[in-house]
Design a protein around this ligand. Structure first.
Ligand SMILES: Nc1ncnc2c1ncn2[C@@H]1O[C@H](COP(=O)(O)OP(=O)(O)OP(=O)(O)O)[C@@H](O)[C@H]1O
Ligand SMILES: [Mg+2]
Length: 214
């Protein structure tokens, strides 16, 4: 039994390694293509490439730990933010997370991708011409987890509407929040903006295998 289980773990590791390599390959193909097209198309291809890299990163970090069923959210998000900072050295991320918050991988990945979209927006819009600084905080209250992403940049435009916005970023953010069975609250500060996601531990509304709601 133990040999069979060890072999399964090894195969799972190998499959995840391959998935990760394939995602990295797709991202670099898009990036190479971006170098050959007009500027307005280039921006979109590079953005798609960055999003795929974020998925690969979220996936890779998760399976490096060999904890396939549960992952500690704090160190996982710290890792994700560290890789983000490496690709955007102008952006300083302060991550503060409570210890011992464990979630299944199908919750950890959407949380990481949602945080990735929010910090990308803070860097892109909150601090268009200056050094970017973002605060990420994870806390647990009873059976719920709150993830807050805050910047002290120029703030949201006055007419901003989170649900009717046409940007892919806000649509993904709302979709990940719904997938987690969570709620997203947006707080305007002076200066900057804060997005707070609150979701119940261990419940993912979306079945990644069936591609539909449970
Ligand atoms: N931290 C922020 N500070 C200031 N404005 C923001 C911030 N986050 C979002 N916004 C505003 O919200 C808008 C919507 O963001 P969203 O991520 O949906 O789209 P986008 O970033 O323009 O495009 P995409 O994400 O598809 O590349 C942005 O255009 C920007 O005006
Ligand atoms: Mg965006």
């Amino acid at each position: 039994m133990r040999t069979a289980s060890d072999r399964n773990q090894l195969l799972l590791k190998e499959v995840n390694h391959r998935v990760n390599n394939s995602l990295a390959l797709v991202a670099s193909m898009l990036h190479l293509k971006a170098a050959t097209v007009e500027d307005d198309v280039k921006v979109h291809l590079d953005e798609a490439s960055h999003r795929i890299t974020a998925i690969a990163r979220a996936h890779q970090r998760l399976y490096q730990t060999e904890m396939f069923e549960k992952i500690e959210l704090g160190p996982y998000l710290e890792d994700i933010c560290q890789s983000f900072s490496k690709s955007m050295p102008n952006c300083h991320l302060h991550v503060s997370t409570a210890a011992g918050i464990e979630v299944p991988p199908d919750q950890a990945i959407p949380v990481a991708l949602l945080v990735n979209e929010l910090i990308t927006n803070s860097a892109k819009y909150g601090h268009p011409n200056s050094k970017c600084e973002v605060w990420i905080e994870v806390v647990r209250a009873d059976a719920k987890i709150s993830v807050s992403v805050r910047d002290k940049g120029i703030g949201l435009p006055p007419n901003f509407e989170s649900t009717s916005h046409k940007g892919l970023g806000m649509r993904l953010i709302n979709a990940f929040a719904a997938q987690l069975g969570g709620k997203l609250v947006i707080r305007r500060h002076a200066p900057g903006v804060e997005f707070v996601l609150t979701f119940p531990i261990g419940r993912n509304e979306f079945d990644p295998y069936l591609g539909q709601r449970r």
